[in-house]
Ligand binder design. Structure first.
Ligand code: C2E
Ligand code: MG
Ligand code: MG
Ligand code: MG
Length: 278
């Protein structure tokens, strides 16, 4: 639930937030005009190679700042956007912004970083999102392999054949596909082999309590599973040196987490990559 602390800042105390009907209605009303009023922006969280700590990509994370509500986190407004289908125009905007930005950085830095964009199951259900991606890649002339889409097990609800055919179409474009929050759903193992994911992202859940209350065995098992199936594996939510070393020593390819970088604005990200030796 949310508590307004003054200064238009909401503090959230639970992962799963249950808004009252009125709170949701208010969010929805403001969200409807968020795009038009330019209230949305993207942060970028760098992803590094475990062995070298070199930045090789970044996840685009949506931010919303509204005059009345202040900063509202995606965990609060994405569910509202999904329920109202606002996630379709918002998701298109995220794709365009991320693709445009990555092309800018490609030209500016002469590096080939991969930008990862979260796709909602609601977007995924729509037939035309693949066409949207294709046209945006053409419009900005971004090489397809410099875009990655992150899907969750939420897409795996029904008809596995139609899901597979959509995933195959994305891959035919040359776009990378990763499975986000891996391990928190229930269907992962069953579909992992059939659906040709490029990368598996281990959920923070399996990292955050290491080593105090978690011996890391699940994270280790997921890394092995990925390695044995030819998938890249990235750990999310890595906050400490101990966690980092554990994951690296157990064969985790990539790391994303506060230990290296928090999500940052485009201009902060730009400074970092321009300063990074490569
Ligand atoms: P996600 O895709 O799993 O993104 C990772 C989340 O973990 C981000 O939260 C990020 O800020 C946070 N994180 C990264 N490293 C650490 C760490 O070391 N410690 C901790 N405590 N947290 C860390 P964020 O930005 O609040 O986003 C939450 C979720 O909202 C995302 O989870 C994703 O499911 C959704 N989301 C964000 N942007 C979009 C978007 O453009 N479209 C859609 N459909 N969903 C989005
Ligand atoms: Mg993600
Ligand atoms: Mg995730
Ligand atoms: Mg997550």
């Amino acid at each position: 639930y949310a508590i307004q602390t003054g200064g238009n800042t909401y503090v959230y105390y639970e992962k799963e937030i249950t808004h009252s009907y009125l709170e949701n209605l208010k969010l929805e009303t403001h969200l409807r005009s968020a795009l038009k009023k330019n209230e949305l922006s993207l942060n970028y969280q760098p992803q590094v190679v475990a062995e070298t700590k070199e930045i090789i990509g970044m996840e685009a994370l949506l931010r919303w700042n509204n005059d009345e509500l202040g900063n509202v986190g995606p965990a609060q407004f994405i569910p509202v956007a999904e329920r109202t289908d606002l996630i379709i125009p918002i998701g298109d905007w995220v794709l365009e912004e991320a693709i445009k930005q990555n092309k800018k950085w490609m030209v500016l830095t002469n590096r080939r970083l991969v930008v990862a964009v979260n796709l909602s199951p609601v977007q995924f259900k729509k037939a035309d999102f693949i066409e949207v991606i294709k046209q945006l890649l053409e419009k900005y002339e971004l090489p397809a392999e410099l875009l990655e889409v992150e899907v969750t097990e939420g897409i795996l609800v029904k008809n596995i054949d139609s899901i597979k055919s959509k995933l195959d179409k994305i891959k035919e474009l040359g776009v990378k596909v990763s499975i986000d929050d891996f391990g928190t759903g229930y269907s992962s193992l069953k579909y992992l082999k059939r659906l040709n994911f490029d990368k598996l992202k281990i959920d923070r859940e399996f990292i955050k309590n290491y080593p105090e209350r978690d011996n890391g065995n699940i994270a280790k098992a997921i890394i092995m599973l990925a390695n044995q199936n030819g998938l890249k594996v990235l750990a999310e939510g890595v906050e400490t040196k101990e966690q980092f070393n554990f994951l690296k020593d157990n064969g985790c390819d990539e790391i994303q987490g506060y230990y290296f970088y928090k999500p940052i604005t485009a201009s902060e990200f730009e400074k970092i990559i321009l300063n990074e030796k490569n």
